[in-house]
Design a protein around this ligand. Structure first.
Ligand SMILES: [Fe+2]
Ligand SMILES: [Fe+2]
Length: 356
């Protein structure tokens, strides 16, 4: 699936002012606003989801709405101003069964929009190589299970996790990290997307430079679980649209300690994997957290995780920042001398740019 510029196109007619809808979605999704009075022939409906704000008044606007509905290739969500027999018969005429009526609940609208976009992204995985498709599907199900089980105070589903890791290693053996990143790019479960970026980067890179056996398994496993402690971070901080303030950062910075607690209470996880989760925010010069470890205290597994973590964050788009190109991200990371291992970064740079 080609990466689209916008997540959502809010399509409205002249009699429906979509200000509340736009406000509810702003910051959480990239948006375009499209009037049915404008020329719609320039890809303006090219979004994962079209939210139709339709007055449903008869006449030209209704004909344009019908045409826009046909032209919209993504998911569709309907919002109408009033619910009466006229509106119901017009919706039936358009073959629209599901809709929201004003006033909208912003949280409900965002939940529906997120689910619709994720459905579309997940459907696009059908076009991938079966091994990669399986890896993505299994890891999504597994990741959601991990987060919900930890939130309920239950142990991690280690069997599912190990199966997912095996599928990810099979996918990485085929090469093509770019395709892995692209398949996840627009997914709106951010924690899943980020963890799978890190996990994929570690596994594809490790595979390409000949790491095998237990070390490869630890890197995949550690990548998948590296931010598991975020499952303990309150959702209003974890999913905040925009930059965190100082107090929220303080809460967020506790996630490696949460990870330690979660991973040590589960059996079967080796020390290297736990260290990847606990220490991936350490810096070689000792200014990182949570332990302020420096130099030789930071293992190769952790150094690699730090590189994958920083690179993932830079090439990812957030509501408050654009995605960086691969080259720009690697150039910037080359300046993080006291933070990252420059020898490993050099090898990683060659891997990324040579598309190994
Ligand atoms: Fe982290
Ligand atoms: Fe991370």
């Amino acid at each position: 699936m080609q990466r689209l510029k916008t997540d959502i196109a809010v399509v409205h007619d002249a009699a429906f002012e979509p200000g509340d809808v736009v406000e509810a979605l702003t910051g959480y999704f990239s948006l375009s606003r499209v009037s049915l009075d404008d020329d719609l022939g320039n890809g303006s409906l090219s979004a994962h989801l079209c939210v139709f704000c339709a007055s449903l008044r008869p006449g030209l606007a209704f004909q344009r709405l019908r045409k826009a509905l046909q032209d919209c290739e993504g998911e569709k969500l309907f919002i109408i101003p009033t619910h009466n027999s006229d509106a119901i018969s017009r919706l039936r005429d358009l073959d629209v069964a599901d809709y929201l009526v004003l006033p909208i609940d912003p949280g409900e609208l965002r939940t529906l929009a997120k689910a619709a976009i994720n459905r579309r992204v997940e459907r696009s995985w059908e076009a991938l190589h079966p091994t990669k498709r399986k890896a993505l599907k299994e890891s999504l199900a597994c990741f959601e299970k991990c987060f919900s089980q930890v939130r309920r105070g239950e142990p991690l589903p280690m069997e599912d996790i190990n199966v997912s890791c095996r599928h990810i290693r099979d996918a990485a053996a085929l090469g093509g990290l770019d395709g892995w990143i692209k398949a996840l790019d627009d997914h709106h479960n951010y924690s899943f997307r980020h963890s799978m970026f890190v996990c994929g980067i570690l596994t594809y890179f490790a595979n390409a430079i000949g790491i095998v056996g237990d070390d490869l398994h630890q890197l995949t496993l550690g990548g998948m679980l590296h931010d598991i402690g975020k499952s303990k971070v309150p959702l209003e901080v974890l999913d905040k649209p925009g930059k965190l303030d100082d107090g929220e950062w303080k809460i967020m910075r506790n996630h490696p300690e949460h990870s330690r607690e979660i991973l040590l209470s589960n059996q079967g996880l080796d020390a290297d994997t736990v260290a990847m989760a606990v220490h991936h925010h350490e810096k070689l010069d000792g200014t990182g957290y949570p332990g302020g470890l420096s130099g030789a205290q930071i293992s190769d597994h952790v150094r690699l995780t730090a590189i994958a973590d920083v690179y993932s964050a830079l090439i990812d788009k957030r509501s408050y920042k654009e995605a960086m190109s691969q080259e720009a991200a690697l150039d910037l990371m080359a300046k993080f001398e006291g933070h990252l291992d420059m020898d490993l970064l050099g090898a990683f740079r060659s891997f990324v740019l040579e598309k190994a």
